[in-house]
Design a protein around this ligand. Structure first.
Ligand code: SAM
Ligand code: DTB
Ligand code: SF4
Length: 336
């Protein structure tokens, strides 16, 4: 067990999902503590650096120009404002600062500002992440040169369900961007959304795609759909919360080294559900005032939950300029 694989079949992934819950949780948690400190969770903070008016038609997204969600649009933020927000996030304990823009791909004229943001946030002593849509070869190289640590670009769902959610770019476009990012030497943050009316086979298909990439994404955000009024998915049926936990658990088993993040949707989850996700292998969250445009739990509630569960936030080692991580094997031995 725990061999790192890139050749999962849909049947194998489905079998993992279909196990009795206790068997799945036990398996996922065993993998988790072999590769990670089970009592440490990484905290990222998000900032929307360009909001709304996006030409893409992603049916879940409040920022798409195709739907009327009443969202206030905002052009690219000034670099200084971004740096101010990053400083606040660092002071509040975040070790990674993620900047997101509602673009199909970054306009060439905006790239110098974006690169400046990366450089300045990095100098501040935090990991940097950006999500700007599709990238050209040149833009990928520029971001890598500026020192960007992670690029977030989600596969979102299975290839089969994808066309019912997005029509303005295809699955292969997303895979191409991911392979550019990988070739340029940056870390990949890629995951998806559940609760969009997909079937269990689509959740399995999404995780199979991610796990069968040539190298597993270092960071895997699992988003639970936030139903935003005005989007085509605003009245879709809720996903059974246990299916969210199952998705986290299977992601942990398939991609043992990756950070698995409870991404969007935490505001609608109670403490018990989040605790179950941490046991199942989630070890990263977004914390702060909001995600990009949607709410997050109060930061004080998050810290209180960490305290009740004996969870510590990951620390950033300023001298080494990277997060301080303990040897995971220590935790595995402690459990056996
Ligand atoms: N425009 C860029 C892109 O699509 O790659 C970056 C920003 S986009 C908002 C980043 C991700 O947020 C999407 O891929 C999707 O997984 C997630 N997301 C957007 N709206 C969401 C919602 N209502 N609920 C859950 N996740 C959402
Ligand atoms: C990801 O997978 N989820 C984050 C981050 N990557 C960029 C974004 C969630 C957005 C939720 C809707 C909003 O706040 O607008
Ligand atoms: Fe645009 Fe990204 Fe939203 Fe799609 S998910 S509409 S690409 S901001």
């Amino acid at each position: 067990m725990n061999e790192i694989r890139h050749n999962w079949s849909l049947q194998e992934v489905t079998q993992l999902f279909d196990q009795p819950m206790n068997d799945l949780l036990f398996q996922a948690h065993t993998v988790h503590r072999k590769f990670h400190n089970p009592n440490e969770v990484q905290v990222s903070t998000l900032l929307s650096i360009k909001t709304g008016a996006c030409p893409e038609d992603c049916k879940y997204c409040p920022q798409s120009a195709h739907y009327n969600t009443g969202l206030e649009k905002q052009k690219l933020m000034e670099v200084e404002k971004v740096i101010e927000e990053a400083r606040r996030a660092k002071e509040a304990g975040a070790t990674r600062f993620c900047m997101g823009a509602a673009w199909r791909s970054p306009p060439v004229a905006d790239m110098p500002y974006v690169l400046d943001m990366v450089k300045q946030v990095k100098e501040m002593g935090m990991e940097t992440c950006m999500t700007l849509g599709m990238l050209s070869d040149e833009q990928t190289a520029e971001l890598a040169d500026a020192g960007l640590d992670y690029y977030n670009h989600n596969l979102d769902t299975s290839p089969e369900f994808y066309d019912s959610i997005i029509t303005t770019r295809n699955y292969q476009d997303r895979l191409d961007t991911l392979s550019r990012v990988r070739d340029a030497g940056m870390k990949i943050c890629s995951g998806g959304i559940v609760g969009m009316g997909e079937g269990a086979n689509d959740r399995a298909g999404l995780l199979m795609q991610l796990a069968n990439l040539p190298v597993h994404p270092e960071s895997v955000p699992i988003n639970n759909l936030i139903k935003v009024e005005g989007t085509p998915l605003d009245d879709i049926e809720d996903l059974d919360p246990f299916d969210f936990v199952r998705t986290i658990a299977v992601a942990r088993i398939l991609m043992p080294h990756s950070q698995v993040r409870i991404s969007a949707g935490r505001d609608d989850m109670n403490d018990q559900l989040q605790a179950m996700c941490f046991f199942a292998g989630a070890n990263s969250i977004f914390c702060g005032e909001k995600l990009l445009t949607c709410p997050l739990p109060q930061q004080s509630d998050d810290m209180q939950l960490f305290e009740r569960l004996g969870i510590q936030s990951e620390e950033y080692d300023e001298t080494a300029a990277k997060p301080r991580r303990k040897e995971a094997a220590l935790f595995y031995d402690a459990a056996s």
